[in-house]
Design a protein around this ligand. Sequence first.
Ligand code: ADE
Length: 240
Amino acid sequence: MQVDVVTIFPDYLAPLELSLAGKAREKGLIDVRVHDLRQWAHDRHRTVDDTPYGGGAGMVMKPEPWGEAFDALLADGPATVVFTTPSGQPFTQTVARDLATRERLVFACGRYEGIDQRVVDEVATRAEVREISLGDYVLNGGEVAALAITEAVVRLVPGFMGNAASLEEESHEDGLLEYPVYTKPAAWRDRAVPEVLLSGDHGAIAAWRRDQAVRRTAERRPDLVPASVLLDDVEIRPVV
Ligand code: ADE
């Protein structure tokens, strides 16, 4: 998979080029390239923003540098273009699994009040476009979202994770939060590991884990649990 990231803060993405890409690069699985948007701004100050038409607070990212960035990057071949924005589709494990099937992702990291809408509309005529939000809160820009999305996606690329089974058992993979986990020692500060985990009874362990996962999800994320599996004895209260 090739991942391109366009940003006015290339240093923000340094961790991608180091650890994550390092491991995946060694295996020949992903290739990350970070691009400074200002290389496509041609005035003396390399301006990338301007005041919004219609008035209002803040600045909007100008279309011209973005247009040139996509002309250059999409000339290399087809890609799925991800605009990170708080007004996008919420990012979930399902979205991560979908993006992990793409050959190439190009992240466009917006800053300020966002990117001129014509950029999104124009790119959509020549590439698959996804507008994705990391969550219902506002970051200063899309860089952290691009980092998080890339990390979640790249670990799903076949061959990246050593142990495929550990992927399947994680939080969100089956629509539930993960059950609690324990390791040695069996007793620590007067706290014992749940007995069933020491029993060697794989059926009982699987049933206990499933029950714990449902319980946890019902308590912490009732929005994720289908009504049919809600437990009678779990009090559902709003998460604050
Ligand atoms: N840019 C600013 N806030 C964001 C968010 N919540 N998700 C994605 N990109 C963003």
